[in-house]
Every structure is written in C-alpha cells, then in structure tokens.
Design a protein. Structure first.
Length: 577
C-alpha cells in the first residue's frame, strides 16, 4: 500500500514550508501530517518503524530524509522525513529484505548500520524468521509480528586533510591522493580505494564525509604513469644525473610486513602530510618473438600489489615487436601480452604471453617474451532432462588457481548468444558459477576434466567446449552468524563452493542481515564449508590470512534438494594481522 499524497510529497512540502515558517515549524507540521495520513496496516503487510539518532550523543535527528529500497535498488516506498523526535514509519510493505538509508546535503547518503567494506550495505528483514528472498512463508498473525522497530544511528562524519610536497619540500600541484581501506577479498587482504582527490595549486587536499575507520592514504604525481623528478639548480651536461621518477608514497607504510592503517574516529579531523618519493628511472625492455605481420599488440605491466586500484603500465615500441616500459617503480609485476591478427582467409587468430618479473633498481633489458597460441573455450549449457536453459540465468567464470589482482574472468556473450572465453593464457583455473536461485549447476566438464571437483587446465591453442549441466533440483543454505549462541548482524560470511580450505577455489562472500541471517540459494546438493567473522572497521582484523589457519575449523553443511538447510556459524576469533 502506498502512502497518501500528502505523505508521499513530504520532503518537497517540508522545504516549501521551511522557506516561509522556519525549520522547527516545518518539522512540526510534517510530523502532524505524517501521523494524520498514516494508513492502517493492511492484512498480510508489514511496517518498518524507527527513530533516527546521533550515533554519539543518542539525540534524535529531525527532518532527515529517509529512503527504502528493495535489494535490486528499486524504490520500495516514497521518501519520508523524520519528525521532531526523529521517528519515521514505512507501512504497507511486503515480506523480504530492504535497504534503509538517510540523505542530507551536509553528509550525503548513509546506509543503516554501515558495513566496513566499500560497496556493501546492511539489509533489514521484514517477515518471519528464516525468510528467504522468494520464500514468503506464513503471513503475520498479529500486530506484534507485522511491525519491526529499528534505531538508525547516524555516526558523525570525519575528514582527512593535508599537504603533498615533493622531495625538495615544494608543494606538489595536481598530485593524486587516494584513500584506501583494508578488506578481505578472494582469500587475501587488499586495500580497496574509497576516495580520490587532486591537490590544489598549494599542494593541499581535503576529504570530507568519511565514516570512522582505519585508512591508508597515498599520493602519486600522476596515478598509473611515471612522472620525472625535476632537479633543482642548473643542469650539468658534462656530468649527467641518472633520471628519477616519482612513485606512490603512502601513510602508513604499506611495504611493511604487517601494514596497519591509521585510525580516524567519528567526527575526527585527521591531518596527514605526504612527501612524494622518487626511485631510479628503471626501464624494462624486451622483444616479442614470432610476431606475425600487421598484428595488433597490447602489452602491459600489471603491479601485483595489495592495492586493488593499481593501474597497469602500457608499453611503447622502439621497433616492431621491441617494447619498452620507462620509469617503472621497483616491485613485483606480471607482464601480459596479447597479439591479434587476421589471416588472408578472414580467420582471426591470437597469441598470448604471461610472464612474472621482479623490477629492482637497475634496468631490465633483453627480455624475450615467447608468444604461444591463446586458448579459447565455448560454454554449452545443458538443461537436465532436456529442459531449456535461458543463458541470461547463468554466469560462468574462470578464476586463476594462483590468486591474481584481476580476479575472476567471466564468459562473454557473443552476438549469437554463445558464452565464450578467450583469449586465455595457459594455466590452471577454478570454475566459478552463479545462477538464479531456482536453478543450479550439477556438473561441468571440459573434455575429460571434471571442472567441479578440481581446477581445470587450459593449454596453448586449446579450442574446447565446457559442457555445463543445469538443473532445477537445487537447495540452499539459511545461515545464521552467532557468538555465544546469539545472532550477529553485519557479520561477513564466506561460503566455499569449490576447493578446500588449503586450496580455495570458488568463493562467495556476503554480510548477514540485521538479524544475523544470510541466505545462499541456487546450490547443487553436496557438502559445503562456511566461515563467519566480524570485520573491525579500524582495520585490525578484516578476515583470516589463511582459511586453513583460521582460529577454528569451518562449519560444514550438507545441502539437499528442496528447502534450505539451516545452520548456525560461530564467529572466528580475531587474529592479529
């Protein structure tokens, strides 16, 4: 049921009255209008009611705009404003999971019970316990079952500001400043970028509206590209100086064995000055062997660092096939090269190279990069008992068996509708599959290789079909993160779909809802492993360094076709990083 017109236009009405009568009178008018316009609950519907308060003082926050979305980010109700006591109500809602958020010009958008990982939001469940996305279950039997009351704590925002200087103490104009938070992703700890600014003509930067937490802040002269250091004083042509290039500088030092972020409390104002550091102008030069004529080249150096925003370096060419990267900072890299061309008969072909190199403080010259024919895989979907499978309902990906920054590569859909991988470097890959909840992957074979029971191998020039059997005989998991038997909202839950704790393959992570529950659907019958932990927002613990070395063993669960299997997953103990 939708709210009456007066309540649905409450925000615009509030702003119109504010301009004439002042904010306090406007909020009072709005509160009375909302109470008068509130409809009676419809049988079978639910109500979300709550209060918005300051996260530090506990005082009510009035006149803040509140929105409610479904999990597909479509609006579930018209926006409303909190009354003078900070109260709000969303009536006439269907059972399910919802995203609750607040908007105000001075701090932007804040989600209910903020989660520490960028891009993740806490959900609010309405309905009976153990509700899955499509399992509505019994309808509420009385008012106490049909209404949910929450407290929406708005934690005051923080800010970080400072100055970036070069190594001679001069302000660095238009330097790139990036802010990162540690997070657990694909079995390892990385630093995810959450903000980016450019310094002004005085070398200053400022980042506002930040949630409290643990951060790493970095500066670079030009992100992803080398910037030469301009030396002071006259140039002595008789005694040339080895050129140097600015590299990324971070606080705290992320090259330490156990990097720890600095803490920014709620309503905190942190000052961090950064100095751009320089390194020798290392060059990486080499040649691609067996290069066809008129081929298209793409050669890049990809930093293998813990930063998920690390930019690749692209090569210049001194002559056909001879490449050069200039001004490369020291560190581990992966050199990727792919070459594409068209044969006289119109056939398109490609070769591929992947090589790991370590860049130090001296030039690397004469690297011979042998090209090998790239592999290609077509994905063929089969429905059990001949049932038709909509390709839009299935995603198929390949994840390198050795963790790499780019993560999973998902099959692309060609104009014919065929799912296709290519070009692929040779090596071992784990199969990743995601389906709609009513279907699941029962089997997958790449020739004689069982792609569900272990990593599959891609060989040079491979042209193969991956046969994927999709079934409707599926189950799911209804998990609850617990500590001392009590549910834990906002816990990070990991489901291991393929592989082992020692050699994890396909992984799926999500956060428990406001009642500590999480649903995994579209699972083939079988045995799975689960872990759960709480993420320390200040970065001291974001997840286990190794799954097989976690503080306690995984929680096993057997999934059968039909109703989801219910299981409690105890939290891992925090480990020192």
């Amino acid at each position: 049921m939708r709210m009456p017109r007066l309540a649905s236009n409450s925000i615009s009405e509030l702003r119109r009255i504010e301009s004439r009568c002042g904010r306090a009178l406007a909020a009072l008018f709005l509160s009375a209008a909302m109470l008068a316009a509130q409809p009676r609950p419809t049988p079978g519907s639910f109500t979300l009611r709550g209060q918005v308060v300051d996260g530090l003082s506990g005082r009510p926050i009035t006149g803040i705009e509140l929105g409610l979305d479904k999990t597909d980010w479509q609006p579930a109700a018209e926006p409303i404003a909190s009354d003078p006591q900070g109260r709000f109500v969303f009536p006439g809602l269907a059972a399910g999971e919802y995203i609750l958020f607040a908007d105000r010009p001075d701090f932007g958008r804040i989600f209910f019970e903020e989660l520490p990982d960028p891009g993740w939001v806490q959900t609010v469940r309405l309905g009976p316990q153990g509700l899955g996305p499509e399992r509505l279950g019994p309808q509420p039997s009385g008012p106490e079952d049909a209404e949910k009351v929450v407290q929406f704590r708005i934690v005051p925002r923080s800010a970080i500001s400072g100055m970036v200087r070069d190594e001679f103490g001069e302000p660095a104009e238009r330097a790139t400043v990036t802010l990162h938070r540690p997070l657990w992703s694909d079995g390892r700890i990385v630093f995810g970028q959450v903000n980016q600014q450019t310094t002004d003509d005085r070398g200053r930067y400022r980042m506002n509206n930040l949630p409290p937490g643990g951060y790493v802040i970095c500066a670079s002269a030009a992100q992803g590209h080398a910037t030469a250091v301009a030396l002071p004083g006259p140039v002595d042509l008789a005694s040339p100086v080895e050129p140097r290039f600015y590299v990324r500088s971070c606080y705290p030092d992320v090259t330490a064995s156990s990097p720890a972020p600095f803490r920014v409390p709620a309503a905190g104002r942190a000052g961090v000055d950064l100095t751009l550091l320089s390194a020798p102008a290392v060059s990486v030069r080499g040649r691609l062997s067996a290069l066809p004529a008129n081929a298209g080249l793409n050669i890049r150096l990809i930093p293998e660092t813990s930063f998920d925003s690390s930019q690749p370096w692209f090569a210049g060419f001194d002559s056909p096939g001879a490449f050069a990267f200039r001004g490369v900072p020291p560190g581990p890299y992966r050199l990727d090269a792919d070459v594409n061309w068209q044969e006289p008969d119109g056939t398109r072909k490609s070769t591929f190279a992947r090589l790991r190199i370590a860049v130090g403080n001296v030039d690397l010259n004469g690297i011979d990069v042998p090209l090998e024919p790239a592999g290609a895989i077509d994905v063929v979907l089969h429905g059990q008992d001949g049932a038709r499978i909509d390709p839009e309902d299935v995603q198929v990906g390949l994840r390198p068996a050795v963790p790499e920054p780019e993560g999973t590569e998902w099959a692309q859909r060609e104009p014919t509708g065929q799912l296709h991988f290519g070009p692929l470097a040779s090596g071992a890959y784990w199969l990743s599959t995601r389906t709609k909840e009513s279907i699941c992957v029962h089997a997958a074979k790449l020739g004689a290789q069982d792609a569900l029971q272990g990593a599959l191998t891609v060989t040079p020039a491979m042209a193969a079909s991956l046969d994927v059997l999709v079934s409707k005989s599926c189950g799911g998991i209804q998990a609850r993160a617990v500590s001392d038997g009590k549910p834990v909202p906002g816990a990070k839950v990991l489901l291991l779909l393929r592989g082992t704790a020692k050699a994890p393959g396909d992984l799926m992570t999500d956060f428990s809802n406001d009642e500590g529950e999480i649903a995994f659907t579209g699972l083939a019958p079988g045995r799975y492993l689960l872990w759960a932990w709480t993420v320390d927002g200040f970065g001291s613990f974001v997840g286990p360094v190794k799954l097989d070395g976690a503080s306690q063993p995984a929680t096993p669960v057997l999934v059968h076709a039909g109703d989801p299997t219910r299981v409690d997953v105890p939290l891992l103990k925090q480990e020192a990083r």
